[in-house]
Design a protein around this ligand. Structure first.
Ligand code: ATP
Length: 294
């Protein structure tokens, strides 16, 4: 269990994380989303005690990271897959970590096998591809057989086979009752992997929903030659084509009635399921800090 209470982190005048309160529960894969610079990595660093919060707390099973006796047995984390000594072999890297946590070397072999890294374990980590480095990082996170796993962009650099492997692994770790917390920018992958989503925008919590509820937000699609009056009265309407509006939070009946009241001709009126990407874009539309000015 990870518990954040009013977590705030400022760097000079910049508020990277703003009063974040969250509870990440066992048995669940929680996806952590947000535009570039939203504060995801800062939150993860605060949980690991790598960044001291300006105010608020980040606790793992009720304790600060610094107060955990052998932290890797409680929480396994991957923040930066390339943060490994390049001259060390993958196996020696894991053995060094194992030694520091009183973990037997037999566990090193187990996690190498689990991550498909046994054959590459003798090679120097500096020669690994990004995908291999990710696998080694995941092996390191699993080393202490922790109940809590936190991975920053775990599918980054993995090939399709690797992406599927990590999805299955994370789902099975959650099914065993572990708390799994992952960040990603890959919406389709999150949609398949996570049970719950936490979305940050400019350091603030903008959504904390089950995947089911996020996707259930059905939308209505309307086509017609002169929809502008409809767009003007419905705040949730977005132009998705020159003569097409997509509207969240209304039923087809409501939209049909409004169009009739306005005397509009419609060529199409239907409800569409939203994808995670659409829900995400809608929720974060006002929090994109580093977006293209399209
Ligand atoms: N050490 C630091 N010093 C100053 N500002 C920082 C520092 N670390 C992060 N920031 C700022 O805090 C904000 C949040 O950054 P963070 O890396 O947590 O975002 P993120 O959501 O992980 O982004 P990305 O998706 O791009 O990885 C950004 O504006 C960033 O520039």
């Amino acid at each position: 269990m990870i518990t954040l209470r009013g977590l705030t982190k400022r760097y000079g005048g910049k508020t990277a994380v703003d009063d974040l309160t969250l509870e990440l529960t066992p048995g669940t894969v929680t996806g952590f989303l947000g535009p570039n610079g939203a504060g995801k990595s800062t939150t993860m660093r605060a949980i690991l005690g790598l960044d001291a919060p300006t105010s608020g707390t980040a606790l793992i099973d009720g304790r600060r990271y610094a107060d955990l006796h052998r932290p890797l047995r409680t929480i396994g984390a991957l923040l930066d897959a390339k943060a490994v000594h390049p001259a060390r072999s993958g196996r020696d890297h894991l053995r060094a970590v194992a030694l520091s946590q009183a973990i037997p070397f037999s566990r090193v072999e187990e996690v190498l096998a689990l991550t498909g890294m046994t054959d590459a374990a003798r090679r120097r980590a500096g020669t690994y591809s990004l995908g291999m480095s990710q696998r080694l990082g995941i092996a390191g996170a699993l080393l202490g057989d922790p109940q809590v796993l936190m991975l920053d962009e775990p599918v980054n650099g993995l090939d399709p086979d690797g992406v599927r492997w990590i999805r299955t692994l994370l789902r099975s770790l959650a099914a065993e009752g572990r708390t799994v917390f992952i960040s990603s920018h890959l919406m389709s992958e999150m949609e398949r992997t996570a049970d719950r989503l936490v979305i940050l925008g400019q350091g603030r919590l903008i959504a904390d929903e089950t995947m089911e509820r996020l996707l259930a937000g059905a939308q209505v699609r309307v086509r017609g030659p002169q929809l502008r009056p409809l767009a003007e009265i419905l705040r949730a309407a977005r132009w998705t084509g020159p003569d097409e509006l997509t509207i969240a939070g209304h039923t087809t009946e409501e939209i049909g009635r409004r169009a009739h009241e306005l005397g509009l001709v419609l060529s199409e009126l239907r409800s569409v399921e939203s994808s995670l990407e659409e829900s995400y874009m809608r929720l974060t539309a006002n929090s994109i800090e580093y977006g293209a000015q399209a």
